[in-house]
Design a protein around this ligand. Structure first.
Ligand code: 4AD
Ligand code: MG
Length: 445
């Protein structure tokens, strides 16, 4: 009796007869041989049928199978250095095949298709090796995030998705009719996490987050996943030290556990191997000075225009790309102008126009993957900030109250899962990092 295996484990079964339940990815006949690429969800391997061994009838049947036909293959596993696959270097010498369904008109063929077509067929496109590899990397990144935080004594706690008020600006709110009252989909769980840390010390929430981003960019989704750690008795320096450990762990763990997938995606792994602490840190002021210097040195008028920026402006992606180009690790930029950041950030001591915020910009032009800050810990200052931002104070009374009963310095951040996946996989667009992405112009399938 052949043992049923998953392709992922094929290396442990060399010389054995095994059964694999899967789908036909592609096949190439070569005389008496038929090279089938078989996928089973855990990997891809080569299954080789030899006409004299399986008989003319079976051989002809297999030859006619179309892409994505479902089939159960039995055969003997052997090493073959040149066999493609994930993992590569193995193949199955077919002894028997059961065909469940012969498919003849699968819409996604190995030829090039446009992205819109592929996105319309996302329910099928997920089967393609590249998309499959990305989702496997994504799952590992999620696992690494959870493992790291759990091992550091964080309590995983869930924050609400239906919320009465804004936390990250009022321009990206998705409105919900909540029994005839206005509510919004959560832009962040942070405010609730600030309540949670006063009960549990170190917490994180990790779930879907919603932003009605009205711009089409390579970096924005309307629904994305964010992990948000929050820590009591933590200042801005503690935060940066923590974030560099966290991000390095995520990258190194993914590299160790998903090397095959990343290689398949043709990711330059040497770039990822360098992601270890410490990460470079520059202030916003220094970042502006650097951009001005780069701009002044450029003789390309278009570049000059793209890099235009004044102190007090937020960075656009051309600025982030220029800033990070000079480093091969993620770059911390801290101390942003108060006016470009959310209302809850602690002001810089003696410099209220600057706040204790820090963004982490990924290298290679991937831009911001983390936004974080030290939070305001004084209740009166917080009330003033809420009023300055013209937010309805009555919705934030509970939040202010956290500063009245045992207020402490505290900090936290949010890391966007999809942007992290795009960076680690080396993708040029965020839409491929989500199984079913929601963007400005798409919420189907
Ligand atoms: O910088 P943001 O807006 O920070 C917050 O929401 C804080 N409340 C987090 C916290 O301190 N607890 O978002 C954090 C990260 C960004 O750096 C980015 O990686 C991701 O969330 N992000 C998005 N990812 C995809 N699409 C979008 N529209 C995103 N908006 C933010
Ligand atoms: Mg941000």
């Amino acid at each position: 009796m052949a043992t049923e295996i998953r392709i992922e484990q094929i290396a442990n079964h060399v010389g054995q007869e095994v059964t694999i339940k899967g789908w036909l990815y592609a096949s190439t006949p070569k005389g008496k041989l038929l090279f089938m690429r078989l996928r089973d969800g855990s990997g891809i391997t080569q299954a080789v049928a030899f006409r004299p061994e399986i008989g003319d009838e079976q051989f002809e049947l297999l030859k006619r199978l179309g892409q994505e036909s479902s089939l159960i293959v039995t055969g003997t596993v052997r090493n073959n250095e040149r066999a493609p696959g994930i993992p590569k270097g193995y193949e199955v010498g077919v002894t028997a095949v059961t065909v469940l369904q012969n498919v003849s008109d699968y819409p996604i063929t190995p030829k090039e298709h446009g992205v819109e077509f592929l996105m319309d067929n996302r329910h099928l496109w997920l089967r393609s090796s590249q998309q499959w590899a990305i989702m496997r990397v994504r799952a590992t990144i999620k696992r690494a995030i959870i493992d790291f935080l759990d091992n550091q004594g964080f309590l995983n706690i869930d924050t609400p998705i239906i919320t009465p008020s804004a936390a990250e600006g009022t321009s990206t709110l998705f409105e919900v009719n909540y029994f005839d009252e206005k509510a919004y989909l959560a832009q962040t769980g942070q405010l609730y996490n600030e309540a949670n840390i006063m009960a549990f010390g170190k917490v994180y929430c990790f779930g879907p987050t919603f932003r009605a981003e009205k711009s089409k960019t390579r970096r924005h989704l309307a629904e994305f996943w964010m992990v948000e750690p929050e820590m009591a008795y933590f200042d801005l320096d503690d935060l940066m030290a923590f974030e560099e450990q966290f991000v390095s762990y995520i990258v190194q763990t993914t590299l160790a556990q998903r090397r095959n997938e990343l290689e398949y995606l043709e990711r330059d792994l040497t770039v990822l191997e360098k992601i270890t602490p410490p990460f470079p840190r520059i202030s916003y002021d220094e970042a502006i000075a650097r951009i001005h210097a780069i701009r002044d040195a450029s003789d390309d008028p278009q570049q000059k225009e793209l890099l235009a920026i004044e102190w007090g402006d937020d960075f656009g992606s051309p600025h982030e790309t220029e800033l990070t180009k000079r480093f091969d690790k993620p770059l911390f930029v801290y101390g942003y102008p108060t006016q470009v950041k959310a209302f809850y950030m602690e002001p810089w001591s003696g410099r209220p126009e600057v706040c204790k915020s820090v963004d982490l910009l990924a290298p290679e032009g991937y831009g911001e993957i983390i936004g974080g800050s030290e939070r305001m810990s004084d209740p009166d200052m917080l009330i003033a900030a809420i009023q300055r931002h013209e937010l309805p104070l009555e919705h934030y009374q509970w939040y202010v109250e956290l500063r009245k009963y045992g207020s402490v310095p505290h900090s936290g951040f949010g890391l966007g899962l999809e942007r992290t996946v795009a960076w680690i996989c080396g993708l040029d667009h965020i839409r491929q990092t989500s199984p079913f992405p929601r963007t400005l112009n798409r919420m189907k399938p």
